[in-house]
Design a protein around this ligand. Structure first.
Ligand code: SAH
Length: 212
């Protein structure tokens, strides 16, 4: 299969909704086929989510691009991602920011992601196991936070790790369908925007969901 041609076609499709050229360039640069299981590789450039094991999924490319665009990255940021999964989103963020800290609760997913990211030569991504407190407090504050699993409400522990002026993108709502929120942290009152409906696996931990 010609992955490069498929990737170019996907980016062309995304460009009808995604206007940030840097985001499109990142999507054009990261080989998604490396981040999905071998038997899914032929679907790597369909605009659909795919299973990655442990009952988790790599998100649909359009959602990934929309969430990334909403973070308004310029290249100088330290970014936190919650939910490493396959590592694909971390790679996209690493193309667009200075440094990416990402956390994952399933060690086998983190391990697979680490190997792929290493093989692709990324040196500005740190993967950490999930801790009792959501996120990764030791490296806070972050200029941007992307949560790739859904919470019942915006977790205060994550908001606390966001810098003033920073942006957080997080799916919020009931277990099986949510709204994508963009929160811009302000000294006085945070700005909250609703970017539309979405569907994510649950964020599990204190301040989010209990294990099923
Ligand atoms: N960003 C990923 C998609 C991951 S799916 C990608 O690009 O492939 C969401 C991930 O969040 C799952 O792997 C799940 O295990 C993880 N997750 C759920 N709760 C978490 C928590 N509290 N801390 C870190 N990761 C969590």
């Amino acid at each position: 299969m010609d992955f490069e041609a498929a990737r170019a076609r996907l980016v062309e499709h995304l460009s009808s909704e995604i206007k940030d050229k840097r985001v499109l360039a990142a999507m054009a640069g990261v080989p998604r086929e490396h981040f999905v299981p071998p038997d899914e590789q032929h679907l790597a450039y369909e605009d659909i989510p795919l299973p990655i094991g442990q009952d988790q999924t790599i998100s649909q490319p359009l959602i990934i691009a929309l969430m990334t665009e909403a973070l308004e990255l310029t290249g100088s940021e330290k970014v936190l991602e919650v939910g490493t999964g396959s590592g694909y989103q971390a790679a996209i963020l690493a193309e667009l920011a200075r440094f990416v800290v990402t956390t994952e609760r399933f060690p086998p997913l983190a391990e697979t992601a680490r190997k792929v990211l290493e093989s692709l030569g990324y040196t500005n991504i740190a993967i950490h196991p999930a801790e009792e407190t959501l996120g990764y407090q030791r490296e806070a504050p972050y200029d941007a936070i992307m949560v790739t699993a859904a919470a019942p409400r915006v977790p205060a522990d994550l908001l606390a790790q966001l810098a003033i002026g920073g942006r957080m993108i997080i799916p919020v709502g009931p277990r099986h369908v949510q709204e994508l929120y963009k929160i811009t942290k302000k000294r006085q009152k945070n700005i909250v925007q609703n970017l539309g409906g979405c569907r994510f696996v649950p964020l599990v931990g204190r301040g989010a969901w209990d294990e099923e």
